[in-house]
Design a protein around this ligand. Sequence first.
Ligand SMILES: Nc1ncnc2c1ncn2[C@@H]1O[C@H](COP(=O)(O)OP(=O)(O)OP(=O)(O)O)[C@@H](O)[C@H]1O
Ligand SMILES: [Mg+2]
Length: 247
Amino acid sequence: MSAPETRPVLEAEGLEVRYGGNLALSVDRLAIAQGELVGVVGANGAGKSTLVNALAGWSRGEPKATGTVRLDGRDISGLRTPERVKAGLLLIPESRLVFATLSVDENLAHAAHPRHAQGRRAYSTDEIFDLFPNLASRRGHLGGQLSGGERQMLGIARALRLAPRALMLDEPSIGLAPRLVSTVLETIRALVDDGLTVLLVEQNVKATIPVVDRLVLLERGRILAQGPTAEMQDDPRIAEAYLGGAA
Ligand SMILES: Nc1ncnc2c1ncn2[C@@H]1O[C@H](COP(=O)(O)OP(=O)(O)OP(=O)(O)O)[C@@H](O)[C@H]1O
Ligand SMILES: [Mg+2]
């Protein structure tokens, strides 16, 4: 097959991150195709956040990241986070990236449709409020007054305004009521069905399995296993560690 159809939207090769002398991440290759929803799962400290942060060119500390990150085949490894955002690679970290002292409307206005985003879709405010009716009724509320679920939705809404080529989410379900967990994950699934490409980090494996196309299991910074969800959910390493099921 010719390259354009098969070229991944987001691709990492030989990606390594060290904190001090400690190797926190070592990924030979990870590729996400157009319109795919890939779930990254693993225990606390497995390197999930380190992975998405390295892809986004961002870090809490002072890590040393090496390797190649490509977006639509373009090597973006040398770009800083704001340039990667402009290129269409967006990360919603655990903190959600919502301005607490701005209203919902102001938060959305801050995330304006980028000028140079050919071929990328920026959701309009109307589309966003259709997608998140809860936000529509809270347009004048401040970010800081929103519930955890509403903040997560506002974080996603802001990202959609920025016309993401690929969207990464770090544990969007954390701190949410069980009912909201499935709402948020199903919304992400609907966006992917609409053409978005998503890398989803989750510790809630049970809630993740029904929505993702593929699962990547990280352990001590390495990909221990990956494959289509239908195969991976029966993998004993997933079943034993996260689902409490017999292998
Ligand atoms: N800023 C930092 N400085 C030093 N070590 C770090 C830093 N951030 C992460 N680490 C280490 O890197 C490893 C991977 O951490 P990471 O936060 O990526 O894990 P995680 O899978 O996201 O875990 P969690 O499920 O708790 O969010 C851990 O051993 C962690 O202690
Ligand atoms: Mg993490």
